[in-house]
Design a protein around this ligand. Sequence first.
Ligand SMILES: O=C(O)c1ccccc1NCC(=O)[C@H](O)[C@H](O)COP(=O)(O)O
Length: 213
Amino acid sequence: MLKTKVKICGLRREEEIMLAAQLGVEAIGFVLYPKSKRALSLAQAAQLRRTIPAGLKLVVLMVNPSVKEVQDVIAQLAPDIIQFHGDESGAFCEQFHYPYWRAVRVGAPYLQTTADLQHYIHQYPHAQKFLFDAYSACFGGAGIRFDLSLLDGLHLPVEHIVIAGGIHEGNVDELLNNYDFIDLSSGVEESPGVKSLDKMKSFMQKVNQKSIK
Ligand SMILES: O=C(O)c1ccccc1NCC(=O)[C@H](O)[C@H](O)COP(=O)(O)O
């Protein structure tokens, strides 16, 4: 059994960051994808970056960025991890020699079966983790679950797996202590792009209660 770590994605306000740190969240995500309702500009992200307390990891999420955009993020934000959430190839992700998570959009036409997933992850040999999320036309943050049984039989250590997609206080039980890392966004929002401090608190209370001591 594992003590499940939590990443909350799409934070945009300093009070959300402070609360995440207080609640024992492992990592937060900034969305640098202009079409997202949770988008931050690079300048906004740089300002918020300064407020992140030590010990709270920063994951910067990008969707089909240019090389220059990734280089700018590394230079100006120095995130702990870059999360590639679009259609970036292995060669693209690996050219930066920077820690990255590869989002796997389960249910995409080319990601329908366990064999498809296995084939896909082999294309990213240096990914630190694979974040399994449900396929959606808007790329992510859509509150949709995927069929977890597709991960059964996957040759991938559990420490390399992050489960995302439609997680909230009401359904997190089945994941806790079974997965190393989970990621959520809309499940702790009061409106698109605005985190609910109350939902963050009650979600993390549940996680912390259920966690193996
Ligand atoms: O959050 C977004 O708006 C977003 C936009 C484009 C690509 C990815 C995006 N979010 C990715 C995340 O890491 C979310 O936490 C993940 O998709 C789960 O979201 P949710 O189903 O809302 O919990």
